[in-house]
Design a protein around this ligand. Structure first.
Ligand code: RIB
Length: 325
């Protein structure tokens, strides 16, 4: 209709290459007339980019991941990319089926927080299709791609040292599912510090599930076995909030009788009364860094895999006693 070649229309749409003003006006007029929009999948098939990235996250019901996704989306949109969010419920088969679907959509890259996606899947995904991939948070070990995560071990020791510094004399740990490397590292950080104390006992470490109910049950179990526990470090904020709920139900005063410290720094920690003391991960920075690293890869500017270990910080609030000065 515009009387020009496909290549000329492409130059007008992509604003690259020379086109006379007159030709550009003719093409734009026909685009408007036809309400034409470039087809992202067709562009993908032509080996161009579709301007789409995916973020495969393991648990959309845990506020930590939507807060990461917020940052991913902000950075992606600032660079002209759309984000597809995929919730895998930490199930490997869901992750693999998402990847198969995403590959058919010719997306430009994937960020994922997974512990079930093993090396062979990563190799297959990453090497055969050369699809740019960045791992985040619960990343399997020895990745072929860049990994963005927090200093979980150091953060756990920060929590225990804080509880010791405010005078706690028997500190327990509610740990997350051991299949998650983040939970294992926090458990190790706790255990390395407390095992030297005379009050240390293996049943001071109680399993949770990274959710509120797991924290509630673990706190009940702890108090039955050790009614003299006066400090609890929980491996994530939801379990810490669960422990707080259990104390309230049992009429145990926090922090007067028991101090509680969480891990993540999700916004919910500022909603409870008392507000939760926690080890805050740089959640926004984690998501933003993952998006920036992925986009660098997509644009071919950065090929070396790198590990980004981000600093965490103690956020002192009402569930821990104040230091005696
Ligand atoms: O709260 C969810 C947990 O899973 C976070 O601590 C995050 O690090 C992930 O591992």
């Amino acid at each position: 209709m515009a009387g020009v070649s496909v290549a000329t229309v492409s130059r007008v749409i992509n604003q690259n290459g020379y086109v006379t003003k007159d030709t550009e006006q003719k093409v734009r007029k026909v685009i408007e007339l036809l309400h034409y929009e470039p087809n992202a999948v067709a562009r993908g098939l032509a080996g161009k980019q579709t301007g789409t990235i995916a973020f495969i996250l393991p648990d959309i019901s845990n506020p930590f991941f939507p807060e990461v996704a917020r940052a991913v989306e902000d950075v992606a949109q600032a660079h002209g990319y759309t984000v597809i969010l995929c919730n895998s419920d930490d199930e490997g088969h869901k992750e693999r089926s998402y990847i198969e679907v995403l590959k058919k959509k010719y997306i430009d890259g994937i960020i994922f927080a997974s512990n079930t996606m093993g090396q062979e899947d990563m190799q297959k995904l990453y090497h055969i299709d050369d699809l740019p991939v960045v791992a985040l948070d619960r990343a399997p070990t020895n990745q072929t791609c860049s990994v963005i995560r927090s200093k979980n071990y150091a953060g756990a020791q920060m929590a225990v040292n804080h509880l010791l510094s405010i005078g706690c004399r028997k500190i327990a740990h509610i740990y997350g599912p051991p299949q998650f490397v983040t939970a294992r590292e926090r458990l190790a950080g706790y255990q390395e510090l407390v095992k030297k104390f005379p009050w240390y006992s293996p049943d001071l470490m109680v399993p949770g599930n990274f959710h509120l109910d797991g924290g509630m049950k673990a706190a009940e179990q702890l108090l039955r076995a050790h009614p003299d526990v006066d400090g609890i470090f929980a491996g994530n904020d939801l379990m810490a909030l669960g422990a707080l709920k259990t104390m309230s139900r049992l009429g145990i005063r926090v922090p007067e009788q028991i101090s509680i410290c969480g891990f993540d720094g999700i916004a919910l920690t500022a909603v409870t009364e008392p507000e939760l003391t926690t080890i805050a991960q740089p959640i926004y920075e984690m998501g933003a860094t993952a998006a920036r690293v992925l986009i660098e890869k997509i644009q071919g500017n950065d090929t070396n895999a790198q590990e980004y270990e981000l600093e965490v910080e103690l956020v002192e609030r009402g569930t821990t006693r104040k230091k005696v000065t």
